[in-house]
Each structure stands twice: as C-alpha cells, then as structure tokens.
Design a protein around this ligand. Structure first.
Ligand SMILES: Cc1cc2nc3c(=O)[nH]c(=O)nc-3n(C[C@H](O)[C@H](O)[C@H](O)COP(=O)(O)OP(=O)(O)OC[C@H]3O[C@@H](n4cnc5c(N)ncnc54)[C@H](O)[C@@H]3O)c2cc1C
Length: 716
C-alpha cells in the first residue's frame, strides 16, 4: 500500500477513534437528542444560517467517516428545519458524505482488493458497467442494507463517482423524506425503530425493485419495437433453424435433435465449416507431415547415422485432403440426418425474426418458419487493403489448401497462431519463408519470453522472422513480386513467389438478413449479443466465430450449448455463457498452450500473483525423447495454491494443459496436482514438478528448522 493511502487510512482511524473517545456516540443517541431538542431549536431561531451550515458539515462528517448516527441526525433535521429544508439539507449532505466515504474506500482499499481478488472483481465490474446504477438505486431504497456498507462496497467497484453521487441522491430521497417527516414530530416519537412500519418497508422495497423491473420492461419494449414491424406466424414448422454447419452450428443442431426439437441446419458451402475443411483439421494434418520431416532431419540426435525423406509436396497436400475426407463423415449430412436433424444444403437468408428463406442448390427457394434461430455463420480471413495486394495475389487459410506446388519463397503476413503454424510448416517443407509481423513480437498474446522461445526456434529452422515490420505496399518489378515493409522509418524490400495472408479473421455478418432486421454488430464487427447469446431479437441467437469474443472450435461448441438451450428452453430457464476457464494452444514447435492469466495480463489488470516455473529441459521423459526444452509456468494467488493461469511450452503442451484446465474449472490447487500420482516417465510429470516448485517455495521454514533440531537431538 502506498504512503498516501496509509496516511489517509491513519487519519480516518484517528478521527473515528476521537469521535468515540469524546463520547460522540452518546450525543448521537435518541434520548440525548430528545432532551436537547428545545435548546437546539432556540439556537436555530437565533442563528438559522449558522445552524444550517453547521448541521450540514456535521452530517457530511458523520456519513463521510461512516460513523453511526446518520438516521438520528435525519430525524433531528426534520425537528429543526422542518420537512422542506430538512429534506434539502439531508439530501445533499448525505449524498456528499456518502461520496466521500465511497472515494476514501476506493483510494485506500481498491488497489489492494484488486490485487487479491482481481478476477472476481472483474466479473463484479462487468455487472456494475451493465446494471450498476440500477443495483445502487435498489440498494439505496431498501432500508435493510446499511448506508455505510453500500458506500464502502461501491467504492471498491469501477462505478463512476458522478453516477454514484447522482444515483445515491435520487435513491435516498424517498427514505430521507420519510425520516425527516417523522423528525418533524420528534417530540411524539417514542423510539426510532417504529418509524419504518412493515408496510412502509414493503413500499420502499417495491420502489427499489422498480428500476430493475423497469430495465427489464425497457428491454422487452425494445424487443417488442424491433418485432413490431414483422408479422409473427400463427404457428411454426420448426423449433429451431441453425444457419451454418461449422463447429458451432453442428453442436447446436446436435443438441436440439437430442432433446427432440424439430431442427433444420442450413449450410451453403461444406458441412463441418472452417474447422474441418480449411482450419484445424487440415492445418494439424499438414503440421504432422512437416514434423515427421523435421524429425527425420534430426536423425543423428536419436543415434541414427542418417535418414532422409523424399517427398512430393503435392502428395503431402493430398494426404491433408485424405485426412479431411476421413473425418468428414463425423460432420456429414448423413450422420446428422440420422441423429434427427433436417440438413438443408443452401444459402440461408433471415427474412423475419421467425422466417428463414433457403436458396437451395437447385435455385429453388424454401421458406421455413421457426420459433428460434441460431446464427452460426462463422468468420473468414481478413485481407488488409494494402496497395498492390490484388496485383501480387494472396493466399489465405481458405485457399492455401489448393496448393500442389511448394512456393520457393514465401511471405507469411501475420505473427498470430495461424501465421506461425503455417510459416513453420512451409519452411520445413523447404520454402524460404519470411514472416512479417508489425508488432514487436510474434504470438503477442503470450508472455514475451514465450514468444521468444518460438521465435528462436523459427530462426534456428531458417525462417526469417521480421517483427516490427509494417507491410506498406506490394509491387511487381521485372516480373518479381516484392513486399515493401517499413521498419524504424526505413523501407525493407522482400522478394517472394507466394504471399500467405494470416492477419486475422472477420465475422460473417452481411448478406443474409442482419442488415434488414437491424441486428447490430460490435466494434469488433461480431454480432452483438447479451450474456445469453441473444441478439436484439430475443429469439435470434448467435454463437461461434460470428459472435466472438474467442475464435476457437472448442469455444464455438461451448457457446452453441448456451445458445441452443436458451433458444429452446429460455422460457423456463436461461443460462449465462460462462467464459471463466478458456484454454487454447498454438501447434507450432515448440507448442504453446495456455489457460487463464499469464504474467503480462496479470500485471495489466493489477492482479497480485506468484509465478512458479519448471523447466522441461530437466524432465526425464523429455530427455529420453530428445525433446528437453520448454517450460511450465503457473500463476497462483500469493501465499495460496489457487491457480490463476498456466502456460506450457514444449512437446504436447496442448495435451498437458488439460490438467490445469480441470484444476481451474473445479477449483483444485497446486497441492492437489502435487498429491496426484503421475505415470513415470511421462511429459505430464512436468505439471507435478511445477506444483513441486511452488510447494518448495512455500515450505514452512521455521517448522523445518525446528524439525532439523529435533533430528539432531534424536541423534544424541
Ligand atoms: C488455419 C486455421 C487453423 C485453426 N486451428 C484451430 C485449432 O487448432 N483449434 C481451434 O480451436 N480452432 C482453430 N481454428 C479456428 C476454428 O476453425 C474456428 O474457430 C471454428 O471453425 C469456428 O466455427 P464456427 O462454427 O463459428 O464457424 P465456421 O466453422 O466458419 O462455420 C460457419 C459456417 O456457416 C456457413 N454459412 C455462413 N453463412 C451462411 C448462410 N447465409 N447460409 C448457410 N450457411 C452459411 C459457412 O459456409 C460455414 O460453413 C483455426 C482456424 C484456421 C483458419
């Protein structure tokens, strides 16, 4: 805690202590106040302004320091100043005092709370951002929640000070009037407890709930207005229409059929979407072939005199297609039809909130009526509008699979997971690869030393990794394709034969009816959804790449569960999409896998953490496999074994991370991992050893010293 915070905390403690030592709490008792009522009123008659200002200041001090007695002072205000002026003075003084307490709590405690409970606080802050003002209003009106608790607790959240002040002032007004009014009859009141009758409390509770209810009503009204220009069919042919048969759409249709809903799945291109046809599956098949080749080249590492491989790049790419064909039946229309899904090959167009028109391959148009729609239309590669890019031609993750001839020189634009995986593959097959990234490092979401491990390996393998290079222009000069990139204000010329653009993916949000329905998109150009994955129209849901924020197959199917269950059963119960533990992996060599926070993110978010690192170069199995490289890096809550995040670099990191995913999902700490038997010799032991590093750092030193002395004593 900083000096200024400690000083302020000290001043507040001193003032509170002084109040009690001076017997302030005795003056602020109901009996004392009643006894001195006449004297105070006389003083007020003689000095109205002085009394008013003094009372205001005292009220601000009591509430600002969270001292007891605010309710009594409100009664006194009624007794001295009457209903109108009493209300005015108390209303402003209580709001000012509450805001002071709010600011003090924020200044003194928020940083500390943030560092210890940052992750939980982030969820609270998200809620505050969405509905904080409404909750505060409700709390202010419900007299069950003490005034000072609300001030201090809200100071720990991200609520804006102006919002806090304004909502407090409005929210407390009803209660203030009730108390000030009661105070006008102070002489007749026997005890302050009787002021709020059960009926009055009930009325205030109802008033407090009103804004939340009103918000729901406004939401329903907005939806109603959106629906107003459409005619709802009297009945529906289907319970659900799913647009897109990629990872999200397939899972959505599967779930709907499993719970016996009538569901239609529309796909305009290929069943399986990106993951099967142009994403995860072909890329992993290509990576495997490239890895085998790289291993053969390392024959001497394994004690073999020599080994070589002859290959034809076209055969490798054919193998990739064979793998896709082998997996294809899992996602096929035949399989899904057997499961009870109606599969329609064609292009879907949402024509009303309950109608989807499908243009079949034959050109025939079919109109489907449905209670709900799940949009799972995916994303496509983004090709940046760099001058000359059209002239040189550009491969993307959609088209690179058609290559049958290995480019001699290749530029890979982009240092993200897709760019890195493909750059390494092509380099291993023998292309001269230049990877161009405008940021200072590749795999920028990972910690700098993790990016560095991958970059070192890439450079060892002959990839020219150019970070901090911004692609400016493409040209063809004397029949040669050139990229002009800018680095530190200077132009760098890179000659190439093929360009692969892997700079990100954009959601498919146009051309199928969203515009006509007025369904909004976010700043990141994904469909705007609420936490239940509903769009502006509550019966239209979106999931997968088209909805974001993640672009993985496993998050697409995870969201699909929420979208489908909410679409089919939302009338009875709705589920908020839960993104608390999301893992991912980049399948380069070395492989990089992560779940939860890394050090960079923990620092950015001000979350206190400890890091335990285990180097895989020390692991028996990794040494036996000639794969003794990489690291397991685990972030934990200081002094505790609770896992905040883990990053693994090395062989099969994507598999090894699963142990941390389970641990985080189910609240298991490093002690539990350490206490679990791991097969020897396996790579998975690295997780246990990382837990061991944490344990060693937290060994009870004082106890160990005593035990040491005990042993010495026992030796005689
Ligand atoms: C090279 C590469 C490697 C990847 N590797 C991995 C990986 O290792 N692990 C991982 O988790 N993720 C990986 N991904 C990401 C993963 O492929 C996507 O996150 C996932 O496929 C998204 O699924 P989706 O269902 O949201 O969208 P998609 O799979 O894109 O499916 C959307 C479908 O909707 C159809 N469609 C769109 N509009 C209409 C319409 N109007 N009518 C009918 N049909 C329509 C499209 O034709 C498409 O088939 C990779 C991606 C790429 C490009």
């Amino acid at each position: 805690m900083s000096r200024s915070r400690i000083v302020l905390a000290g001043v507040i403690v001193l003032l509170v202590a002084a109040f009690f030592t001076a017997g302030g709490h005795r003056y602020l008792s109901f009996e004392t106040i009643k006894a001195h009522q006449a004297t105070v009123q006389q003083y007020f008659q003689a000095h109205p302004w002085r009394t008013g200002l003094g009372f205001f200041a005292a009220y601000v001090a009591v509430t600002g320091l969270s001292l007891p007695g605010a309710a009594l002072m409100t009664l006194v205000a009624g007794a001295i100043f009457g209903l109108l002026w009493g209300t005015v003075i108390v209303s402003f003084a209580s709001s000012a005092g509450a805001t002071l307490a709010f600011l003090a709590s924020r200044f003194v405690l928020r940083e500390w709370v943030q560092s210890r409970f940052g992750q939980s606080l982030r969820a609270v802050d998200r809620g505050i951002e969405r509905e904080g003002a409404f909750y505060l209003f409700t709390l202010r009106l419900i007299p069950a929640v003490p005034f000072f608790v609300i001030n201090l607790a809200m100071g720990l959240t991200s609520m804006r000070t102006a919002t806090f002040y304004l909502v407090s002032q409005i929210g407390m007004l009803a209660g203030t009037i009730v108390y000030v009014n009661a105070g006008t009859q102070l002489a007749a009141i026997e005890s302050p407890t009787g002021i709020l009758s059960p009926g009055l409390i009930g009325a205030l509770v109802l008033l407090g709930l009103f804004p939340l209810v009103a918000k729901r009503i406004v939401g329903a009204f907005k939806a109603r207005r959106a629906y107003a220009r459409w005619t709802r069919p009297a009945r529906f042919d289907r319970n659900l229409v799913v647009i897109g048969a990629g990872s999200a759409g397939l899972v959505s249709a599967y779930i709907a059929a499993a719970v016996r809903a009538k569901v239609t799945l529309v796909e305009k291109h290929r069943m399986g979407g990106d993951c099967l046809n142009t994403g995860c599956v072909p890329s992993k098949a290509l990576i495997k072939s490239a890895r085998v080749l790289a291993q053969i080249r390392r024959a001497r590492d394994y004690g073999l005199k020599s080994a070589s491989a002859e290959f034809d790049f076209a055969d490798v790419m054919e193998r990739v297609q064979r793998v896709v064909r082998t997996i294809e039946p899992h996602d096929s229309a035949e399989r899904y039809s057997q499961l009870g899904v109606e599969c329609l090959p064609g292009e879907a167009q949402i024509v009303s909130p309950w109608e989807v028109q499908v243009k079949l391959a034959s050109g025939e148009l079919r109109r489907l009526t449905t209670r709900a729609i799940v949009i799972a239309a995916g994303a496509r590669p983004f090709v940046p509008p760099i001058p000359g890019i059209e002239q040189v031609g550009c491969l993307t993750s959609d088209t690179v699979w058609d290559l049958r001839e290995l480019p001699r020189r290749m530029v890979v634009l982009g240092g993200g997971p897709v760019g890195c995986e493909l750059a390494q593959c092509f380099a291993r097959f023998g292309a001269k690869v230049t990877q161009v990234e405008m940021l200072p490092r590749i795999l920028v979401r990972e910690d700098p030393e993790i990016s560095d491990m991958v970059m070192q390996k890439f450079r060892q393998e002959g990839i020219d990794v150019l970070v901090g290079h911004k692609a400016k222009e493409f040209r063809v000069e004397n029949g040669e394709k050139l990229l002009i990139a800018e680095c530190d204000g200077k132009d760098v010329r890179i000659a190439f034969d093929a360009l692969l653009c892997a700079v990100g993916r954009v959601a498919n949000t146009t051309g199928y009816g969203l515009e006509a329905l007025g369904i909004p998109v976010t700043k990141r150009m994904t469909i705007e959804t609420n936490e239940y994955l509903q769009t502006l129209y509550p019966n239209i849901y979106a999931c997968g790449d088209v909805a974001g924020p993640y672009q993985f197959t496993h998050t697409a199917s995870h969201q699909a569960w929420y979208a489908t269950v909410n679409a089919l059963f939302g009338t009875f119960r709705r589920f908020r999409a839960n993104y608390s533990v999301i893992p991912w992996a980049t399948f380069t060599e070395p492989e990089v896998a992560r779940v939860g926070l890394n050090v960079t993110e923990a620092r950015e978010q001000g979350i206190a953490h400890e890091v335990s690192t285990y180097g895989i170069d020390d692991l028996d199995r990794a040494i036996a496999d000639e794969e003794a490289h990489g690291v397991v890096k685990v972030l934990t809550v200081p002094g505790k074994d609770r896992i905040l995040g883990a990053t693994i670099v090395g062989e099969h990191a994507g598999e090894l991370i699963a142990e941390f995913v389970v641990a985080m999902r189910h609240g298991l700490g490093l002690n539990k991992i350490l206490g679990t038997i791991h097969v020897y010799p396996t790579l998975a032991e690295a997780n246990k050893y990382a837990a061991g590093v944490w344990k060693k750092a937290h060994a009870p030193q004082r106890l160990l010293r005593r035990i040491e002395r005990l042993h010495a004593w026992m030796r005689g």
